[in-house]
Design a protein around this ligand. Structure first.
Ligand code: AMP
Length: 112
């Protein structure tokens, strides 16, 4: 989608530090890490947010979670948190569905 920074990262128009890529998703390190390990996994199809997931496009969500587990196993991450901020009040700043994967420090609950 034109104007979407994550679509531009997928196309290579904006540089990123790639973690993983396949035909359905792309993973890259977050520019502003909130934990020693912090990367994002995004579907290649533009889905605006978790609120836009439906029966038609939800398969890629399961795929993203499988990819997250695969990357975690490869990186030896035994404990990690997956976060999806949905909407402005929840802290979403980029409106292309993404899964934050955070690891390498103690996490608090509930999140702020
Ligand atoms: P959210 O605020 O949940 O929408 O998450 C968006 C995330 O994207 C933030 O953690 C940003 O630091 C990250 N981000 C924004 N632009 C870039 C970029 N060009 N490369 C890597 N991460 C980015």
């Amino acid at each position: 989608m034109s104007g979407c920074i994550f679509c531009k990262i997928i196309s290579g128009e904006i540089p990123s530090k790639k973690v993983y890529e396949d035909d359905q998703c792309y993973a890259f390190y977050d520019l502003d890490p909130q934990a020693p390990t912090h990367f994002l996994v995004i579907p290649k199809t533009h889905i605006e947010s978790a609120l836009a997931i439906d029966e038609e496009n939800s398969a890629v969500v399961g795929h993203c979670y499988a990819v997250i587990a695969k990357i975690a196993r490869e990186k030896g991450l035994e404990s990690y948190r997956v976060v999806t901020n949905c909407g402005l009040q929840a802290g979403q700043s980029v409106f292309h569905l993404h899964f934050h994967v955070l690891a390498g420090r103690d996490m608090t609950w509930p999140p702020g």
